[in-house]
Design a protein around this ligand. Structure first.
Ligand SMILES: [Ca+2]
Ligand SMILES: [Ca+2]
Length: 339
């Protein structure tokens, strides 16, 4: 006899509650595909001949392609009005200052400086400048302490003026081995460094795609280091460095829902999303207009403990790695009262 949840039943087998769930979950996979055509029609516009009026005759469907910024709650979430999606965005103000470089003196408790040849390092005018003068030289600005253990796993760096080139690098350095995180800065570059584990650090510049840096070659104290070297004048400036160590949360709650004609007792949620890591975001549904949110698994049937007649969706990411919390939500569709 096929076990509970195994739909390979034969006549005479017992039908379990788990089999009902399995059937409904298989419908969830179909719904996921079907939702794509609904989203697409919503973007393109419904054919005026549809149902005589151009309005689809849906049954128990709630969806949004986010063509307007309608979400009720947006915490560390931003709306992209050009491409109609929501994405996690941690503002600079949510980070803690490591150094703003604004007291015209290099803080020896934070930094070690080293220069050769014509190089110089100076803090003035709210920035720190690493420069090469008339001839060859090298300048490095290195944290005194372990960047991740002393401060946090998430580091954000704001570059200032980049006057001339030379070889510019942002590095991790353990006293003997160097891992290059970024090179050739541009003015106002915003660099995010997010440590994942002892082997992997993710880096992105100006909110772009994350790139992975293998740090398994580093051991002991891992310091952050800015470096410039050149044979003739070159320089760059750093405006500030901040970090985020506390548990950070991004929350998106969708707009006030239309009132359903009957009490909502079950639903399947479909979301078009991009999560950097599996389980990067948690998804919730509320059947009572946001009074109670219940965790759901995408594309699977959810039977509400707290029933109601207004559906809302919540997307939440909580943790300490900005990379892992980097999620994008493009569209959602919830079909309720399937049975
Ligand atoms: Ca200073
Ligand atoms: Ca500054």
């Amino acid at each position: 006899m096929a076990a509970e949840g195994d739909l390979n039943k034969i006549n005479g087998d017992i039908w379990y509650a788990g089999d009902v769930t399995a059937v409904l979950n298989s419908m969830g996979l179909i719904l996921k595909d079907y939702a794509q055509t609904i989203f697409n029609a919503d973007y393109d516009g419904w054919d005026a001949r549809l149902d005589g009026t151009g309005a689809p005759d849906f049954v128990n469907v709630d969806y949004d392609t986010f063509q307007t910024d309608t979400a009720d709650t947006q915490t560390n979430i931003s709306y992209n009005s050009t491409s109609d999606f929501y994405y996690t965005n941690y503002p600079d103000g949510s980070f803690t200052t490591l150094d703003e470089f604004n007291d015209s003196s290099i803080n020896t408790g934070i930094w070690d400086t080293a220069v050769t040849g014509t190089a110089s390092i100076a803090e003035a005018g709210t920035v720190i400048t690493l420069a090469i003068g008339g001839g060859a030289g090298t300048a490095t600005l290195t944290t005194d302490n372990d960047i991740f253990n002393t401060y946090a796993n998430n580091i954000r760096i704001n570059m200032a003026t980049i006057a001339l080139g030379g070889t510019q690098q942002l590095q991790l350095y353990d006293g003997s081995t160097t891992v290059v995180l970024a090179t050739a800065f541009a003015s106002s570059d915003l660099i995010d460094v997010s440590k994942i584990d002892s082997s992997n650090v993710k880096v992105r510049i100006n909110g772009g795609a994350w790139s992975n840096k293998d740090i398994s070659s580093l051991a002991g104290t891992i310091k952050l280091r800015f470096s410039i070297s050149h044979s003739s004048p070159a320089s760059f400036q750093v405006d500030w460095i901040r970090y985020s160590s506390d548990s950070i949360t991004a929350t998106l709650i969708t707009d006030v829902a239309a009132t359903a004609s009957s009490t909502i007792t079950n639903a399947i949620l479909v979301v078009n999303n991009l999560d950097n890591v599996s389980g990067g975001a948690d998804y919730y549904l509320s059947a009572d207009n946001g009074a109670n949110f219940e965790a759901v698994t995408l594309n699977q049937i959810h039977n509400f403990t707290n029933t109601g007649n207004q559906l809302k969706v919540k997307v939440e990411a909580t943790g300490v790695s900005i990379y892992a919390l980097d999620i994008t939500v493009y569209e959602y569709l919830a079909k309720y009262n399937l049975h």
